[in-house]
Design a protein around this ligand. Structure first.
Ligand code: PLP
Length: 361
């Protein structure tokens, strides 16, 4: 069996380091917002050449807080891609604003800058871009539109650790960015965790307070804050893994390259473009008989996933915002996309086997 992913195996190389880090943690007896969190925040900021990293509880909270710290007028509209994971859209709603869905480009699966401009109204205050599957959005075009209309730009980097656009890392291409370290992400913790990056110190100061009950000083609460701290233990585990992010990226890229070189042309492959260094958080292909292909691969011992089976505009939870609107490009992607094994737990042999089976489909 070639499973889609196997997190035990993904984390096996770091086990001894995790155990040592855990023993140190036990010895210190400091469980929340300790030295481990400070250290990871500083390492994560340095990795990106960003001035500030703020650890939070998870990726959804990272996005909610990044939006809230902008203090946009109540009911502002925020543009978001129509084919994203639901968390990006939920973040806008939880922050008290209105999501305005914009279709992706059918080749890149990322929000189409041409369509963004048509969706802007006087209420539009921000664009939440999502670097889906580990490919950056066309940020020059998006930032140009944002500048022209005075909009903030937030990046959802949950699938884009280490991805680059014109040489620059995802997470440094807008005003603020939100990361998830959910265990299956390219940089995954051993539980829930997230972070925000920003070069603006005023946002960073406000966010450090917001994630901790609106308090800078114990028992002095200046704003209506949250409890959304990045757990100390997860922070020290993330510090163990961060130095290996580059090798995780290299490994995933080398597997993706095999698919790109050897899959037959019946399958629509991810595009490879000049100026984009993709990290293949998800390696997806598209095929008109996707469900039959998925069943065939499973019969032959290959696990696959669908990211995602239901388009956001068909989600019951989002009906009050999206009732009756249609998103044909997004729906086409949802109906035909299939995610193939492409994890740090896989070896080239596994990928050659998947390719062989697929080319015989
Ligand atoms: C995983 C993910 C999130 C949410 O992250 P959590 O840590 O699970 O809250 C947000 N956006 C995208 C695109 C994701 O893939």
């Amino acid at each position: 069996m070639i499973p889609y992913d196997q997190l035990f195996k993904v984390n096996l190389p770091y086990q001894a380091n995790f155990e040592q880090a855990f023993r140190d943690f036990l010895g210190k007896g400091w469980y929340i917002m300790g030295e481990g969190l400070k250290q990871f925040e500083s390492e994560f900021a340095n990795y990106h050449g960003s001035k500030n990293a703020i650890g939070v509880a998870n990726g959804l909270d990272a996005l909610i807080l990044a939006i809230k710290v902008l203090h946009l007028p109540v009911g502002s509209e925020i543009i978001v891609p129509s084919n994203t994971y639901i968390a990006s859209i939920l973040a806008i709603i939880h922050a008290g604003h209105t999501p305005v869905l914009v279709e992706p480009n059918i080749h890149t699966y990322n929000i189409d800058p041409v369509l963004i401009e048509a969706a802007i109204t006087p209420a539009t205050k921000a664009i939440l871009v999502v670097h889906l599957y580990g490919k950056c959005c066309d940020m020059d075009a998006i930032n140009q539109i944002a500048q022209k209309h005075g909009l903030a730009v937030i990046e959802d980097c949950a699938q884009a650790h280490d991805a680059r656009y014109k040489g620059r890392l995802a997470g440094t291409l807008g005003d603020l960015s939100g990361f998830s370290f959910y265990p299956s992400k390219n940089l995954g913790a051993l539980g829930d965790a997230g972070a925000i990056l920003t070069n603006q110190d005023a946002y960073a100061t406000a966010l450090r307070s917001m994630r901790n009950y609106g308090s800078h000083q114990k028992y002095q609460n200046d704003q209506v804050g949250f409890n959304s701290r990045l757990d100390e233990l997860q922070a020290i585990f993330l510090s163990v893994k961060l130095p290996f992010l580059a090798s995780i990226t290299t490994h995933k890229r080398s597997l993706a390259k095999l698919y790109l070189a050897h899959l037959k042309s019946d399958f629509i492959l991810p595009v490879v473009e000049e100026g984009y260094e993709d990290v293949y958080h998800i390696f997806n292909i598209r095929h008109p008989r996707r469900d039959a292909l998925k069943a065939y691969l499973l019969e032959n011992g290959v696990g696959t996933e669908i990211h995602y089976p239901i388009a956001p505009n068909h989600q019951k939870a989002l009906a009050p915002w999206l009732e009756g609107v249609s998103f044909p490009i997004s729906e086409e992607i949802h109906a035909t996309t299939l995610s193939l094994p492409c994890s740090s737990c896989h070896e080239p042999d596994n990928i050659y086997r998947v390719i062989e089976l697929m080319n015989a489909f």
